[in-house]
Design a protein around this ligand. Structure first.
Ligand SMILES: [Fe+2]
Ligand SMILES: [Fe+2]
Length: 359
């Protein structure tokens, strides 16, 4: 029988979930390759070359391989997972795989379509890393018989067209927030190894250093093209910051069991991640969101409520369910718009752009 719920029970469910297109699912992107080809990193050459040397050194080349105890740990810990946790963990694996593979596909496509040697080389390194990340997650899905056919995903997924500048804002943020999320989890489980319910989390520290470096690449590209960080573009930066933070909050609050199993309270975890991300993004964006503003906290809580009410309407179906879904979606958009107007906190950009993953 076809599974119509949101649960992942079969390999078809996993594939359907990865391909699905909705506001909160990871997307695949395409962009203006000619504009990518015209990028010029000369203004940041010294920092760029240092970063490229790190990519070339490839200190994670042997990291994404399972060690001797991995399979035993998976087996032993499986018994400790409640059905709810197992479901959220599978959902986490599928969405993480989709976003890793999204990066892999985009970076590969850019590489194939430009001749600019700096950009080509960068994209090749980043695609290399993301392909390792995606493969490593997929091997964990395969343990459950839920491996995803990445060729099929690449062919079937809808691609969103983003101008290069939107790619920079969105991808920079997703790499950096990805770092912050993984390192926060790694630190928590380092302190509480008894709460590590799957061995994959042992890989997170060196893994997220790759994501950190990917973010550095986009920071350098944006700082080399400072008009991307001025004037009307700041309205876009503000939009992407809020969209990325709000999406993460809503998603984490719709699957709280995952964080709770690690001994993390979802709201506290999210605000720790916002704090780390705010610190990092000071390297490139001239302001940060005021995450301590009371209206920011209230807005996120309200947004999560609107989304869950809209989902409930959708699940109920029928005309009344659809109307409820529409009404709560409009309410959610209004909350988002009000949050967008909360004043931001400005700062001067640092002379040295690059940062170290020191959290
Ligand atoms: Fe990655
Ligand atoms: Fe990445």
């Amino acid at each position: 029988m076809k599974n119509t719920s949101d649960e992942i029970q079969s390999v078809e469910d996993a594939a359907r979930k990865a391909i699905a297109d909705n506001l909160f699912a990871p997307r695949f992107y395409t962009t203006d390759f000619a504009a990518m080809d015209r990028l010029d990193v000369e203004p940041v050459r010294a920092e760029w070359d240092a970063m490229m040397a790190e990519y070339e050194g490839d200190n994670n080349h042997d990291h994404f391989q399972r060690d001797a105890t991995f399979a035993d740990e998976v087996r032993e810990l499986a018994d400790r997972m409640s059905p709810e946790l197992r479901q959220e963990f599978l959902d986490f694996l599928v969405s993480s795989l989709t976003s890793e593979f999204s990066g892999c596909v985009l970076y590969n496509e850019i590489k194939r379509n430009v001749t600019n040697p700096d950009i080509r080389q960068l994209m090749e390194y980043m695609a290399r890393d993301e392909s390792r990340h995606a493969g490593f997650i997929n091997s964990s899905l395969k343990d459950y018989g839920l491996g995803i056919d990445l060729g099929n995903l690449k062919r079937s997924k809808h691609y969103t067209y983003f101008k290069p500048k939107y790619i920079f804002y969105a991808t920079y943020l997703s790499e950096k927030i990805g770092y912050a999320r993984y390192i926060r989890i790694f630190r928590q489980l380092e302190k509480h190894p008894e709460k590590r319910f799957h061995p994959i989390f042992r890989w997170f520290q060196r893994w997220c250093n790759d994501e950190f470096r990917h973010g550095e690449s986009f920071a350098l590209i944006m700082r080399a093209h400072p008009h991307l960080l001025r004037g009307g573009n700041q309205l876009w930066i503000r939009f992407f910051l809020l969209a990325v933070y709000a999406t993460m909050y809503v998603r984490d609050h719709t699957r709280p069991a995952l964080k709770q199993a690690m001994g993390l309270e979802p709201t506290e975890y999210d605000f720790d991640v916002f704090r780390i991300t705010n610190e990092i993004t000071k390297q490139v964006f001239p302001f940060v969101l005021d995450i301590d503003h009371p209206a920011f906290h209230d807005g996120l809580a309200r947004l999560a409520r609107c989304v869950s009410k809209a989902d409930a309407g959708k699940a109920a179906g029928g005309l009344f369910g659809k109307l409820r879904q529409a009404a709560w979606s409009v309410a959610g958009a209004a909350v988002f718009a009000r949050m967008y107007l909360i004043p931001v906190k400005r700062h001067a950009l640092p002379a040295t752009i690059r940062m170290q993953p020191a959290w």
